[in-house]
Design a protein around this ligand. Structure first.
Ligand SMILES: CC(C)(COP(=O)(O)OP(=O)(O)OC[C@H]1O[C@@H](n2cnc3c(N)ncnc32)[C@H](O)[C@@H]1OP(=O)(O)O)[C@@H](O)C(=O)NCCC(=O)NCCS
Length: 146
């Protein structure tokens, strides 16, 4: 298993797996190419025998100089519960800290109970925010101090 920085050329692979890895939800609109074009250097790819088994898409906030943000994390269903997402987060935290970031934020949908449980296990505080993404679009907002 290797973890490396992403490159823009990883984009087709990622959009090719997100719907399946998210249990059939229509996730592609949430992962437009811009994330890989502009945030590849802070995003991570995990591979086993050259095959994609996990990824993290995140960035160091442009507006909040002491924060970083994780937009997406996904692990191949056959590779879950083995600590891979934790490793991806820890690598992201190291890079963020080295760049002076003291907080990491992320946001998930309340229906994604696995994601909520995962973030709590990693020490994130969680808050349900009504209408976060517009009317009726409640979200769970997470924050963790590094
Ligand atoms: C959420 C996800 C990334 C977790 O990946 P993973 O590699 O299985 O997670 P890890 O093995 O690193 O788990 C880290 C901790 O979280 C816990 N955890 C992970 N998934 C969990 C779940 N579904 N329910 C409860 N706890 C969970 C693990 O038990 C582990 O705890 P421990 O270290 O104390 O034993 C993975 O299930 C996934 O890709 N889901 C679909 C995509 C998604 O929803 N992404 C998140 C929103 S962007």
């Amino acid at each position: 298993m290797t973890i490396r920085p992403a490159t823009p050329s990883d984009y087709p692979q990622l959009v090719g797996v997100v719907d399946e890895w998210w249990g059939g939800r229509d996730m592609r609109p949430l992962l437009p190419r811009l994330f890989l074009d502009h945030f590849a250097n802070t995003s991570l790819i995990a591979e086993a025998d050259g095959e994609l088994v996990g990824f993290l898409v995140g960035f160091h906030s442009a507006a909040r100089a002491d924060e970083a943000y994780i937009h997406f994390v996904g692990v191949h269903p056959a590779h879950r519960r083995g600590g891979l997402a934790r490793r991806l987060y820890e690598r992201f935290f190291e890079h963020a800290q080295a760049d002076g970031r003291v907080r990491v934020r992320c946001v998930t949908s309340p229906v994604n109970e696995g994601s909520v449980a995962f973030h709590r296990r990693l020490g994130f505080e969680a808050e349900l925010v009504e209408d976060y993404d517009g009317p009726g679009a409640d979200r769970v907002a997470f924050v963790k101090r590094l």
